[in-house]
Design a protein around this ligand. Structure first.
Ligand code: ATP
Ligand code: MG
Length: 560
């Protein structure tokens, strides 16, 4: 991993101040605490990159901890994918992979301690009644009729809850704080509920499960986290975490809130992403159009480009939308330096060089990467019949069309200057061949007499061409903020109907035939492409376009 000096931000300033005051003895210990109920997305990636980056830069530690306190929604598939994604992003948790469910006994013991101190009670109100008693932001709540049970009675009931004597939803354990507190989170929040459901790691050992607000701060405390970084919606929960931790008198991490990362033309909510997958709007969690970490990976994103993006976009206390082109630019900048060049024709039309000897093949020398002198050159075969892009030929050219058109010279990249002499059409009037002559004195592409040739186009020798499937992607959502909806509308209405263009028979230069699955290339003039790690195989390559060569967002009219 690169060790560029990290830009400072308000979180680093807090850590610097804590280190200066000796608050945590100079220790920095962060964590990423996902709930294993979905695949990670670009927002989570931000959190992983930030938390693990802080640990790295301050020579501290970073934990991966599954917040698996809800038995109903969690699956091993999600656990596995999250571990893979965190590692891929460079989140180095070493041997510190934890599961909150392993702390259930400790949490229970602490809850019992609060019960015995008179700070928690068993309540028999059902969910609806609890809601009614809670009041509203403008009105205080009312005390539960069960609030004044004695500690001894509560201890007995809580133990019986744990032992499975009561049905789901019949009782809760609640903190005894203040039903008139201006912060609703402090109005005797539930700590435990009864759920007779097996847990993915604990099996049937437990039938009471801790609420997120009770569990989360304890998990951080148990792991001796110093800076517990979370998104803004938890700011109002911080007083409650503090109350729990201080009531128990246990180690106290510092919570810091920052604004969620939101990116234009994407949705980043697990629920919505799950809906796209379940209802088959996309091909799966790792569909290259998805903002999931596995989707971005399959699109051809690199972890280093995502880190560069996070560094560039920074961390904020104020919610806002980052532009998708900033993300794409981070990738372009990297691939421009690292991706070898190759020629591919996505929508081919055949060109015949009528004065080129039949059967002759020349090897043209092409630069592998002008940005990287060490990348060297390669030989690309050239012959009488070639493919060029349909778009690079116009029988009737618009103004300032410098590519191939009758009577005009154009350069074939690294090969020859050619001139179009006419076309051959089928009975329906479709162009089947473009006929050109080549100038044998221009091998390599330059005219010895110095005449100016304005256009240069790419090509592939027809008889050497490798047919391949290529997929072009556009944003999954046309609207800048797909979640900005009027009453009664659904975010899926903002989906882009043209987000995928599948090309069945593109023509590639022969060097791409055995492209390693997972390799990245620049197809000249077309963009950066990724040999699909699942479907591509040496001999039968399949490519995904990761990103176009230039930023096209400026040209796209976006619905506000
Ligand atoms: P979602 O809202 O999509 O369901 P979540 O926040 O419930 O996501 P968790 O598994 O609880 O998902 O998130 C794990 C961590 O990732 C949390 O610490 C959370 O603050 C952080 N996180 C989630 N979404 C974002 C985001 N968009 N930007 C930055 N951090 C995020
Ligand atoms: Mg969450």
């Amino acid at each position: 991993m690169e060790n560029l000096p990290a830009k400072t931000n308000f979180i680093r300033e807090i850590i610097d101040a804590d280190n200066a005051s000796g608050k945590f003895g100079g220790r920095v210990h962060t964590r990423f605490p996902p709930e294993p109920n979905g695949y990670l997305h670009i927002g989570h990636a931000t959190s992983i990159i930030m938390n693990s980056g802080l640990a790295r830069d301050y020579k501290g530690k970073f934990n991966l901890r599954f917040d698996d306190t809800n038995p109903a929604k969690e699956e091993q598939e999600y656990v596995d994918s999250i571990i893979e994604d965190v590692k891929w992003l460079g989140g180095d948790f070493e041997d510190r992979l934890f599961f909150a469910s392993d702390y259930f006994q400790q949490m229970y013991d602490w809850a019992m301690e609060l019960v015995k101190k008179g700070k928690a009670y068993v309540c028999d109100l059902n969910a609806d009644e609890m809601r009614a008693y809670r009041g509203s932001p403008s009105e205080p709540g009312r005390n539960s009729p069960f609030r004044d049970r004695t500690p001894a009675e509560n201890a007995g009931l809580f133990e019986r809850m744990k032992n499975g004597e009561f049905p789901d939803g019949s009782r809760t354990l609640r903190a005894k704080i203040d039903m008139a507190h201006p912060n609703i989170n402090m109005r005797d929040p539930a700590m435990y509920r009864i759920i007779h459901t097996s847990h993915h790691r604990q099996g049937d050992k437990w039938c009471i499960y801790p609420m997120y607000d009770w569990a989360h701060g304890l998990e951080d405390s148990i792991e001796q986290i110093t800076h517990s970084i979370c998104t803004l919606e938890f700011a109002d929960h911080r007083p409650l975490y503090d109350w729990f931790i201080d009531s128990l008198g246990i180690y106290h991490p510092q919570q810091i809130e920052f604004a969620r990362r939101t990116i234009s033309n994407m949705v980043t909510s697990k629920r919505k992403l799950l809906e796209l997958v379940k209802d088959k709007h996309v091909e799966g969690w790792d569909d290259p159009r998805m903002p999931t970490v596995c989707g971005l990976r399959r699109r051809g994103y690199t972890a280093s480009a995502l880190r560069a993006f996070c560094d560039d976009a920074g961390i904020s206390k104020v919610p806002g939308i980052s532009d998708i082109w900033v993300l794409e630019n981070a990738l372009r900048n990297e691939l421009n330096k690292s991706a070898p060049r190759a020629m591919a024709v996505l929508k081919p039309v055949k060109v015949v060089l009528t004065n080129y000897p039949e059967g002759q093949v020349e090897e043209m020398t092409c630069n592998n990467n002008p940005e990287d002198p060490a990348a060297g050159t390669r030989k690309v075969p050239f012959s009488r019949e070639l493919y060029i892009e349909q778009d690079d030929f116009k029988e009737v050219p618009p103004k300032k069309f410098f590519r191939m058109t009758p009577g005009q010279e154009v350069r074939l990249r690294a090969a020859y200057i050619v001139k179009c002499e006419g076309v051959k059409k089928d009975a329906a009037g479709n162009i089947t061949e473009v006929h050109c002559t080549y100038d044998p004195a221009t091998k390599g592409g330059d005219a010895p007499d110095g005449r100016k040739i304005k256009g240069t186009i790419h090509w592939v020798s027809a008889k050497h061409a490798v047919p391949a499937r290529v997929r072009l992607y556009d944003a999954l959502f046309t609207k800048r903020n797909p979640d900005d909806l009027e009453e009664g509308h659904d975010f899926k209405e903002n989906m882009n109907p043209n987000s995928l263009e599948a090309i069945e028979r593109a023509m590639l230069e022969p060097s791409l035939k055995d492209a390693a699955p997972g390799s990245r290339w620049q197809f000249e003039r077309l963009g950066y492409f990724f040999a699909d790690p699942k479907e591509s195989q040496p001999g039968t390559p399949v490519f995904n376009r990761t990103v176009t060569l230039k930023d096209t967002w400026a040209k796209i009219e976006q619905k506000a």
